[in-house]
Design a protein around this ligand. Structure first.
Ligand code: MN
Length: 216
């Protein structure tokens, strides 16, 4: 989804011979924001979006693109890389997917409640949207250190809330990620300082349930 084929032409000159070599290397790109950088205020400030998307995520994308060449992941998609890698490649690939899903799940006109099949599945699993929200918030608040709270589904469509440390993502365990709250301090510290719980509660106001529902 975020990859393009970058064609690199290498011209090698050897003993008056010109050898033209073309290499296709998968390159990951910074996901485009579907809103202005100030579009999510006051829930997330313009400054936080600029740093989080433009600096933190850009660094994960750059790191991944620097780490991949020469490995078996040169033409792998992001989910495959996350499932099969470890170490620095896993950390950066996880954070690229995490943030692609994160930044595209918000809207200045967000909020409200899920509808359709996702709403039915949430109600079937937790009894109500309110009960789901409180369990999801508890997962984000109780996660020790840096990481993510995710709503994910298994192969049969069963919903679960997972807590992922650092850059991990539910795909590592064969699940499909649907909704993710970033609880790294870089996601909220400028706006909420130590008040992680207040930040998490405020995020519901900007969730684009149409986008999230399509992931289910
Ligand atoms: Mn982040």
């Amino acid at each position: 989804m975020i990859a393009l084929i970058a064609s690199i032409f290498l011209l090698l000159s050897t003993n008056n011979e010109i050898i033209s070599k073309k290499e296709n290397v998968m390159k990951f790109e910074l996901v485009k924001l579907p809103y202005e950088t100030n579009g999510l205020e006051p829930v997330i400030s313009k400054q936080t979006i600029e740093l989080h998307h433009g600096k933190h995520l850009q660094a994960y994308v750059n790191n991944l693109n620097n780490l991949i060449p020469g490995t078996k992941f040169e033409n792998a998609d992001i989910e495959t890389i996350i499932r099969e890698s470890d170490g620095a490649i896993f950390n950066n690939a996880g954070q690229v997917l995490n943030h692609d899903l994160y930044f595209t799940q918000f809207s200045p006109k967000g909020g409200g409640e899920p509808t359709g099949k996702l709403a039915e599945a949430i109600n079937a699993t937790w009894g109500s949207f309110e009960k789901f929200k409180s369990e999801f918030e508890a997962a984000g608040v109780s996660l020790f250190g840096s990481g993510w709270a995710w709503l994910a589904k298994d192969k049969d469509g069963k919903l679960v809330i997972t807590k992922e440390a650092n850059g991990s993502n539910p795909v590592k365990n064969g699940l499909t990620p649907i909704l993710g709250f970033d609880v790294w301090e870089h996601s909220y510290y400028l706006d909420y300082q130590n008040r992680r719980a207040d930040h998490i509660k405020a995020l519901w106001q900007i969730i684009d349930w149409e986008v999230v529902g399509k992931r289910y």
